[in-house]
Design a protein around this ligand. Structure first.
Ligand SMILES: [Mg+2]
Length: 310
């Protein structure tokens, strides 16, 4: 951002893998379910891992089937993941636990659902940051994904009251990177694109879309420190390694806008620095070091461009 850019009035956030660590949480939860299969249902180590991995893979490919409820679809995915070997016990009972296998998929799903939202919950520190940002800015959530899946997350994680506006692409006829979803957010928030900042983890949707819509700046949350932008990648204005670093960036931007009072407010809310650490956060130049390098490696599971919305 340069001194000629317009004042920031609104911050647009992506959800999955930006505010919540969806991919990491889903992987962690499926490991727990595999353990449940081993301990509770006496499934072998390799088979348990295979069942859990199969569910996660199919769930990510198709998180929702509009012909049925989320509960029914996910229970079906667990029953598919259990496979023929366990399907044949559907009407019999486990000799060890006297447990009908027919209900195993339902049991796995219910535990998966509970564990998922335990692991997806936003830390209090991040909720406090959003609250403080809202004292100065309008803040919005723009998320790609199916309507039922995304709204389930929003409701179960109690995010509704954290934002001035929430847009789910599944409810609309366009999704990021289509600039119209950004324009719709601006119109509903009564701000101009040049007064908005986009924060997201996915280059081709959050960053490219924000650029195409003419937003003031884009902030890329790149958790994979081994990924370097290539010549053809969309170029974010700022790069952060996690969402909590945003408090330093926004305080710095407010300083650049000569809005030191607002920056001070962030400090006063104890968000600008941790109690036991120095107040000076990472400088922008630190984060720009990784930009425009020709070298990159890709870790699929932590790849910032991994699909979202599951
Ligand atoms: Mg995302």
């Amino acid at each position: 951002m340069n001194q000629n850019q317009a004042e920031i009035k609104c911050i647009l956030f992506d959800l999955d893998n930006t505010l919540i660590e969806t991919r990491k949480a889903d992987t962690r939860v499926c490991e727990k379910i595999a353990n449940e299969l081993r301990v509770k249902f006496n499934v072998t180590h390799d088979e348990a891992n295979s069942i859990s991995s199969s569910f996660l893979s199919n769930f990510r490919k198709c998180p929702e089937n509009t012909l049925m409820s989320l509960d029914k679809w996910r229970t079906y995915l667990w029953s598919q993941a259990l496979g023929d070997k366990y399907q044949q016990y559907a009407k019999t009972f486990s000799p060890i636990y006297n447990f009908p296998w027919f209900f195993v998929s339902e049991s796995l799903y219910q535990n998966w659902l509970y564990q998922r939202y335990q692991n997806l919950a936003m830390p209090d520190e991040l909720k406090s940051l959003l609250e403080t940002l809202r004292m100065k800015f309008r803040i919005a959530l723009i998320t790609n994904g199916t309507s039922a899946c995304q709204w389930e997350k929003i409701e179960k994680l109690h995010l509704k009251d954290c934002f001035d506006l929430i847009l789910v692409s599944g409810d609309l006829s366009y999704e990021k990177p289509d600039k119209h979803i950004f324009f719709q957010a601006c119109e509903l928030l009564n701000v101009k694109p040049k007064n908005c900042l986009m924060v997201g983890d996915k280059l081709e949707t959050d960053i490219q879309g924000g650029f195409d819509a003419g937003l003031s700046a884009t902030v890329w949350i790149s958790r994979n420190t081994h990924y370097y932008l290539t010549e053809t990648d969309p170029k974010p204005d700022y790069i952060l390694s996690n969402i909590m670093e945003f408090k330093y960036l926004i305080a710095n931007l407010l300083d650049m806008e000569n809005m030191r009072d607002a920056a001070k407010k962030l400090q006063d809310c104890s968000l600008y620095c941790d109690e036991d650490s120095a107040c000076a956060g990472p400088s922008f130049s630190d984060h720009h070091k990784r930009m425009f390098s020709n070298v990159f490696t890709l870790d699929e599971d932590s790849n910032s461009n991994a699909s979202d919305g599951s």
